[in-house]
Design a protein around this ligand. Structure first.
Ligand code: EPU
Length: 425
């Protein structure tokens, strides 16, 4: 049903209490794709119950792979024999979820055939998969495109050295999954080093894959003939954790972010400390404290271990009310600034110049209706609403639901006033 639901947020409260970090969206979606690599029952734990997981489950279902929730956040994925997997990813589903392209690597290597809808642009603009296709072609796959679909064919892939032009996150995931069943050794140079890539590698190793170089920019994969179903616990979501840290930076308070991994977020924590937020390691995660307005700091995004592009909307929101001027630079997705206009509706003083935002901190924001344009922008607007005077309505709630488990409840538990208002059209 079409709806115009929104989050009603009343600003003003400092945040106190415990924020439980969910499982990592950008790990689990690729791990769901990895279940194509072995027949049988896979068990994934700490799976966040978010819309993107549901869409990915729908995609697997359309290919003949069943998913079922167990207790808590346990997802059981049952993969049939190869001849019963339908190697086809439809336009409808690929358009809804970018991570769906990661079924390509597993399908090509296991079944020798795959047809997937060519992903188009999305909320951030142009998002090609040329590097995925080039690397898999080097392993011996042949690709043709027609009528908006990419069709790939291969006899058994053969390992070789591949060098990525840029350390693409899903590109590395896709090539890693393609190479685990290839013949011989594949070396991926300039691989992405994101913790979610390492988590995927760990899951593949638990299935019997031979991978070394985890966490480095050179992954070495020795192909094997057969993999076993996985039993794997997904890492905590560092962007979810960063959303909580950003919220404390903006709203002040004292919050224990349970599950947050210091070792996955070092650069961000350093930057937040520079801005005046106190973040200390705790046995349960990270504890964030802030008593006063943060200081303005300049920020530039880079692939891991640099500051992630996914952190930027929440950081820009926090800088809106910082003391001083800041320049923020987005180096990954040039078109990822739509939320800046929405923050301006709340009274932020910021302007975009190409891939930079110039921010002059203001002492307070005022509530207004705003619209989420993507997952992270949505979370940032919700947090900004918590800091703004009076009422903010954040529309586009589906974007937030794609990546976050019940953010309204989790911020309410910290003393914020956030409520999902369901408003059918
Ligand atoms: N690129 C190419 N060709 C390719 C692949 C990438 O030109 O074949 C370019 C992209 O256009 C972009 C840059 O390389 O300019 C980086 O893209 P990357 O491939 O690393 O991003 P991604 O894998 O498509 C993932 C996350 C994003 C996150 C980025 C960067 C998933 C499903 N998505 O995207 O997460 O922003 O890495 O870390 O893992 C989100 O969670 O909200 C989100 C957007």
């Amino acid at each position: 049903m079409i709806s115009d639901s929104y989050f009603k947020v009343i600003g003003g409260a400092q945040l106190q209490g415990v924020f439980q970090v969910q499982g990592a969206k950008n790990a689990v979606l690729k791990q769901m794709a990895a279940t194509i690599l072995a027949s049988g029952e896979h068990h994934l734990y700490n799976v966040p119950r978010i819309l993107d997981v549901e869409i990915m489950a729908e995609l697997l279902h359309s290919m003949g792979i069943a998913t079922e929730w167990g207790n808590d956040d346990h997802l059981v994925v049952t993969t049939p024999a190869p001849q019963d997997i339908k190697p086809f990813a439809d336009y409808e589903l690929v358009e809804r979820i970018r991570a769906s392209v990661t079924v390509l690597g597993p399908l090509i290597t296991r079944l020798g055939i795959a047809t997937i809808s060519m992903p188009g642009g999305d909320d951030f603009g142009h998002r090609p998969i040329d590097m995925h296709l080039a690397a898999m072609s080097e392993l011996g796959a042949k690709f043709t495109t027609s009528h908006g679909y990419v069709e790939g064919k291969a006899t058994r892939l053969v390992g070789t050295d591949v060098t990525l032009e840029f350390p693409s996150h899903t590109g590395t995931d896709n090539i890693l999954m393609a190479s685990v069943l290839a013949e011989g050794t594949t070396v991926i140079h300039n691989a992405a080093r994101e913790p979610e890539v390492t988590d995927l590698a760990k899951m593949l190793i638990s299935m019997g894959a031979r991978i070394t170089g985890l966490g480095t920019s050179t992954l070495v994969v020795e192909g094997v003939d057969l993999l076993q179903p996985a039993s794997h616990t997904i890492i905590p979501d560092r962007v979810d954790a960063a959303t909580a840290l950003g919220a404390v930076a903006m709203n002040r308070g004292d919050v224990l972010v349970v599950g947050a991994r210091h070792d996955h977020m070092e650069m961000l924590i350093r930057k937040l400390a520079e801005a005046g937020l106190e973040v200390v390691k705790d046995a349960a995660g990270l504890r964030a404290r802030s008593k006063q307005r943060i200081r303005a700091v300049n920020i530039a995004t880079l692939p891991y271990p640099g500051i992630a592009t996914d952190y930027l909307p929440i950081l820009v929101a926090a800088l809106a009310t910082a003391d001083g001027d800041a320049i923020v630079t987005e180096n990954l997705f040039a078109g990822r600034f739509k939320y800046v206009d929405e923050l301006r509706r709340l009274g932020a003083n910021m302007t975009t110049h190409g891939h930079h935002v110039a921010i002059r901190g203001v002492s307070n924001l005022q509530g207004a209706p705003v619209k989420a344009t993507d997952i992270r922008a949505g979370a940032a607007l919700l947090v900004a609403g918590l800091a703004a005077e009076e009422e903010t309505r954040v529309h586009g709630t589906n974007h937030i639901a794609r990546g976050y488990v019940d953010l309204a409840r989790r911020f309410s538990e910290l003393g914020g006033t956030v409520e999902l208002v369901y408003n059918p059209l």
